[in-house]
Ligand binder design. Structure first.
Ligand SMILES: [Zn+2]
Length: 156
């Protein structure tokens, strides 16, 4: 096979290009099944949202239940503060993942073309539609009904 990046010939698939070092996947094999990056992002969005809720809830509970009592150990404030910071950090992560998901959705079409054989002008792959010999739905509907009725009549 040829290297899709630099074009060097006589390469074996599932290895790295001997000229430019890019990985050459075996295109004759079906694409790997399993989780797509999009699925990972969605799973991460769910997990991150849960972490945010838990972190903030615990921080607020620590503060309201154990805090402001005069004899509160400083560790309580430190822990609550840390949980709060963690929540904020995860909001930032969540935001980035939402952006990433948006990016995936936008780039999906372009990516599909890239995977299935280089730069293809997909608009030119499809023939214009031909409705000349099309049978309207009402005709086939009536035929099906007619056949069903005649079948019923003929059966004992
Ligand atoms: Zn190469």
């Amino acid at each position: 096979m040829y290297c899709p990046k630099c074009g060097k010939a006589d390469q074996s698939p599932e290895t790295y290009c001997r000229q430019c070092g890019v990985f050459l996947p075996d295109l004759s094999k079906p694409l790997k099944t399993g989780h797509t990056p999009q699925e990972h992002v969605t799973a991460n969005i769910v997990l991150t949202s849960m972490t945010i809720v838990v972190a903030f809830t615990l921080a607020i509970l620590l503060w309201t239940i154990l805090g402001f009592r005069g004899n509160t150990h400083p560790l309580i404030y430190a822990t609550a503060g840390l949980l709060f910071a963690m929540g904020i950090w995860h909001i930032q992560t969540l935001w980035r993942m939402l952006m990433l998901r948006k990016h995936f959705k936008k780039g999906k079409r372009a990516q599909d073309i890239e995977i299935h054989g280089g730069t293809v002008d997909t608009d030119k792959l499809l023939e214009p539609s031909d409705f000349e010999n099309m049978v309207p739905a009402s005709v086939t509907d009536r035929t099906t009904k007619h056949l069903a009725e005649s079948k019923q009549r003929s059966s004992p």
